[in-house]
Design a protein around this ligand. Structure first.
Ligand code: ADP
Length: 426
């Protein structure tokens, strides 16, 4: 039985309400919140006990979230039907319910009393409402000292219920968000594992195919050369895909290492342009180098990784530009950094997608409607390579008017490592 406490004065009750509003707005831990609400509901209404029932969409019934007199286990599994209970009445009618004499009232759900060996004599039930929709009910039972529930009791319980509903909803939303986040992290890990395992497992058989194809090129009669070359070309294409997947996996596992040398960024940009000159002329696209003199723009960086990054930018620029368009590459010095920009006069990227192009597997068109190959990995690899250098990469684009991809990297290793550390912790 509840301890006999002197009923609270009206001023005291107001003070407690104020206090609880502070607690309710400061905690998002649902069990703690519910417990605090129930304790105050008991005190404010001078009742023997109080409870909170929350609506469960799946079963369409109410379920005890906090139980009277800590009878948790026994009431845990008990569903309270909406049409045969006082709480259900308050919930369905979206109005409070006062029962001064519960003995013969058909609205009282007797199974609760039977389960916890309790006797409900009187009862106050107030719905918990969020934006005019009920989410549950708070109940106070058995007014102490054989008294009747008053207008004041009802008013205090309604005020508490209004605040409690918001706090409960916020805590529930937070919990849902946390669960969704955990699930997203799990899916992301699965995706990473898949990428790492697939790229690793495909390497060996592909190496064999390439090896044998190269051997065959030398020994097969001339009339089969075309077929063998087709095998080699396709296998080389697969090799590039696997290398892309491996770069992503290495970056994610923190295994990507930088091997720095001193080299000229101007020369590297020129080399990449030359690599794509055949593709450009096949598509009648003009390549426009805007580079400082040969051997200039010295950086201390990983040449291979920057070549990969730059190649992805130039390849994309050529892929997404129609014949007779232009692709230009610019390199310049900027306060201890080197900036490289690849611009094209191509199809551009819709505004909403610009921020997403560096995500893994992201493609503006879905793979079903796509005219171009690719897996949506090139830009995420370029981003990883640039970030390993403590640099940054970004995109500016206008649909139908072309795109500009630019990156900056620090000129020197020491400065780059400091920037990479800042980048890692930010
Ligand atoms: P993919 O290998 O599929 O091209 P990327 O990561 O390199 O993958 O690019 C992601 C997507 O960003 C592309 O599929 C394309 O939709 C868009 N994109 C990239 N570069 C350009 C560009 N220069 N112009 C227009 N769209 C581009």
């Amino acid at each position: 039985m509840a301890k006999k406490k002197a009923p609270l004065s009206r001023t005291e009750r107001l003070r407690r309400l104020l206090e609880i509003s502070r607690i309710l707005s400061s905690t998002l831990e649902l069990p703690l919140l519910l417990q605090a609400i129930v304790e105050l509901a008991t005190e404010l209404t001078n009742s023997e006990a109080a409870s909170i029932l929350l609506y469960e969409r799946d079963s369409g019934q109410l379920r005890f979230a906090v139980t009277p007199l800590h009878q948790g286990d026994s009431l845990d599994q008990l569903n309270v039907p909406l049409d045969e209970s006082a709480a259900g009445w308050a919930f369905t009618n979206r109005r409070p319910l006062v029962i001064q004499d519960a003995a013969d009232d058909p609205r009282v759900f007797r199974k609760v009393d039977q389960t916890i060996d309790f006797e409900t004599r009187s009862l106050l039930a107030v719905p918990l409402m969020i934006k005019k929709e009920p989410i549950g009910v708070v109940e106070a039972v058995n007014k102490l000292e054989q008294g009747h529930y008053t207008e004041d009791d009802l008013e205090f319980l309604e005020t508490l219920a209004a605040q409690a509903a918001i706090a409960i909803e916020n805590a529930r939303l937070l919990r849902e968000l946390q669960t969704a986040n955990i699930e997203l992290e799990r899916l992301d890990r699965m995706k990473s594992d898949f990428v790492a395992i697939t790229s690793h497992e495909l390497r060996t058989p592909l190496g064999l195919i390439l090896g044998h194809a190269t051997y065959l090129t030398e020994i097969v009669p001339k009339e089969y050369t075309e077929q063998v070359e087709a095998i080699t070309r396709s296998a080389m294409r697969l090799k590039t895909i696997i290398e892309d997947l491996s770069s992503i996996a290495h970056k994610e596992q923190g295994e990507a290492r930088i091997r720095r040398t001193f080299f000229s960024m101007s020369d590297l940009a020129q080399e990449v342009l030359e690599r794509f000159s055949t593709l450009a002329s096949e598509k009648s696209i003009k390549l426009l180098p805007e580079l400082p003199r040969k051997g200039s723009l010295k950086v201390e960086a990983d040449r291979e990784k920057l070549k990969v990054a730059l190649s992805h930018l130039v390849r994309n620029a050529l892929t997404f530009t129609d014949p007779d368009g232009t692709v230009s590459i610019q390199a310049e010095k900027q306060n201890g950094y080197v900036k490289v920009t690849v611009s094209d006069s191509g199809i551009g990227i819709p505004e909403d997608d610009v921020a997403r192009v560096f995500e893994r597997f992201f493609q503006v068109e879905t793979h079903l409607t796509r005219k171009h190959g690719g897996m949506g990995l090139g830009l995420s690899i370029a981003k990883a390579m640039i970030e390993l250098h403590g640099g940054q990469i970004w995109c500016e684009s206008e649909e139908g008017a072309g795109s500009k991809f630019a990156f900056i990297i620090p000129e020197r290793a020491r400065q780059a490592e400091a920037a990479a550390r800042v980048f890692k912790t930010s």
